[in-house]
Design a protein around this ligand. Sequence first.
Ligand SMILES: *Cc1c(COP(=O)(O)O)cnc(C)c1O
Length: 348
Amino acid sequence: MNHPFLDLAPLSAAHFAAIEDRVARLLSTSQDVVITQGEALLPLEGAIRGAAGPGTTALNVITGPYGQTFGDWLRDCGATVHDLAVPFHTAVTAAQVREALAEHPEIDFVSLVHAEAATGNTNPVAQIGEAVREHGALFYLDAVASIGAEPVLPDAWGVDLCVIGAQKAMGGPAGVSAVSVSERAWARMAANPHAPRRSYLSLLDWKERWVDAGRTVLPHAPAQLEMLALEACVERIEAEGLETVTARHASAAAATRAGALALGGGLEPYVYEASDAAPVATTLRTPPGVDAAGVVGRALASDPTLPLAAGGGPLASSMIRVNHYGAAADEAVVDRCLAALRTALTTA
Ligand SMILES: *Cc1c(COP(=O)(O)O)cnc(C)c1O
């Protein structure tokens, strides 16, 4: 019996390469773009393990849970790590990064999360990139939660390793991701004896067996359904226009922020300054004594399709996340979220 997900024609190397080129255009990059066949944690970890080793001194910026994870990986690679942690209600500034670089001139790797869906903040990557470039360090960026929701420009910003995933603002599949890699980053990995080789985490394997080999023969069977879904999602973004897609996310964020304040239930934006708030998701702070997880639970009981979540871990009691990304970056969806939150707050 035929099934739409099964019995597909094989995905050719040329098709795979064409999808990579399309993702590169979405990033306005002329760097190599490698599509990684797994959730975004795969290239996030692969890029760190490839580029960092015992000789690395890293500045790891922590503005949410992912920054913490990157610091753990870097330490596990043997790198010396200087953490720059800022409170989750704000963004890191280029001045703070500059100061940390001046304090530790030996830093040769900087890791940063662009936007954090989990904490709702976004960082000024263009200005930070300037500081990192002046210092000469390799610049690693997690743009999973920003791509599609706001501009992501690795070449203009001097990002050497820019990781994206399709499952947030791109409105695409979660099982495939990508990383753009600069010449400098490839050189750093090639010189790193600890970089993974013959491993699922190895970006160098893909360089050697795919990029440098002219992208004519795929090293492994491609994740066909995910690749087709990625292609469809990029096609849909191209049809709508990337700028229209990012504007839709910015509007949803602004409407959520303004609407939450207007609710009257004591909800406040978790991120103090609107300019530090991520367009991908808006985090809200519940008033003292009001359990965020309880509010979200009641709102979801009224409509389980709403893109609402409580904050992770210790934030579950005080943070509500409105995940207005992908198809949910829509003012009607935001209005339904706010109405459900209003009811949930009054029935506490
Ligand atoms: C969502 C996200 C990822 C991807 O991780 P998941 O836990 O699978 O969603 C990576 N980095 C950031 C900053 C994200 O927001």
